[in-house]
Design a protein around this ligand. Structure first.
Ligand SMILES: [Zn+2]
Length: 312
């Protein structure tokens, strides 16, 4: 099964609050784990990192990983005006050129900053990707039952936390059929709000929800987030210097491994450098990648190599 690891490699540009952070150390930790397990990954980088720490981009590419773009300075590309789009394309061109200088390879993928917000880009933004020969984009975030059963969310004591506690106590999340039903319910709004392709009907969207997978949108392969983001398990305000609770780490590993076991044709893991590359959270990457590698089912693929979309 095609399996891809994505890092939103954004450093302090994507952090919700400014915290002391050393990107070089986190990068060494991430590359160490990936190398040990023979896994390859996609690093979605901001233009700012390319400008300020170019040696890290070269190191990552030299280790066999893909470099894709995660915005220039992590600005949300939703609702762009014509002027925004002109700036967006100028930024892309500059960042692409610098990445080619550093790695010898032209980036062909874009992971949208603030994933959920734009859902899909507007037509003018797609025109830009088309002109520039992009092969894939990643915009779609999906909700998972396992986010609600995370110890962090349960501990919050709000409605979602209480529901998560109930699901966890009753063991409902261990029944596969209920997990699937919960997944469809959680994401039902996508049937109305998003379309898997321009002409897709609501029925087609519902069918897609039963078996979410990469799909074609215009000339791009849209690669949705097919497992929860690390920040959805561990808090978007995780402090790089402080460890997460062991129960949160364990829940995240168990959840990701189970989602991998349930996936059929394509699976991806989705992390942030400042979350997973720091403190005890590197353990999540290590244990999850070790499990996937040992399963014998995974074929590590880069997004630029083309994970074939099911919904052509
Ligand atoms: Zn980001």
């Amino acid at each position: 099964m095609n399996t891809t690891i994505f890092f939103d490699y954004e450093s302090t540009w994507g952090m919700p609050a400014a915290m002391p952070y050393d990107l070089a150390s986190a990068t060494t930790a991430l590359l160490g784990v990936l190398g040990r397990h023979g896994a390859r990954a996609v690093f979605n980088t901001t233009g700012k990192i390319v400008e300020e720490q170019p040696e890290l981009i070269t190191r990552i590419a030299d280790a066999g990983h893909e470099i894709a773009i995660h915005g220039y300075d992590h600005t949300n590309p939703a609702h762009m005006t014509a002027a925004d789009n002109r700036q967006f394309e100028a930024d892309l061109a500059a960042v692409e050129a610098r990445i080619v200088e550093l790695t010898g390879t032209r980036p062909v993928g874009f992971r949208s900053p603030h994933l959920g917000a734009p859902r899909f880009f507007d037509a003018a933004t797609y025109d830009i990707f088309e002109r520039r020969g992009y092969a894939w984009a990643s915009n779609r975030e999906i909700r998972f039952v396992d986010e609600a059963t995370s110890p962090l969310v349960i501990g919050r004591g709000d409605v979602i936390g209480l529901v998560g506690k109930l699901i966890s106590r009753l063991g409902l999340d261990r029944v596969r059929l209920l997990r699937r039903a919960g997944f469809v319910l959680l994401n039902l709004d996508l049937v109305w709000r998003d379309r898997t392709r321009h002409s897709a009907s609501r029925v087609a969207n519902l069918v897609w929800l039963m078996r979410p997978a990469p799909f074609r949108r215009r000339q791009l392969t849209e690669i949705p987030v097919l497992s929860p983001l690390d920040v959805d398990f561990l808090s978007a305000r995780v402090d790089p210097a402080k460890p997460s609770l062991q129960s949160e780490v364990d829940h995240m590993v168990n959840s990701l491994c189970r989602l991998f076991d349930e996936a059929r044709e394509h699976f991806n893991l989705n992390f942030h450098d400042w979350t997973i590359g720091t403190s005890n959270r590197i353990e999540v990457l290590d244990r999850t990648v070790a499990y996937i590698a040992a399963s014998g089912r995974a074929r590590w693929v880069l997004a630029r190599e083309g994970s074939i979309p099911r919904h052509a």
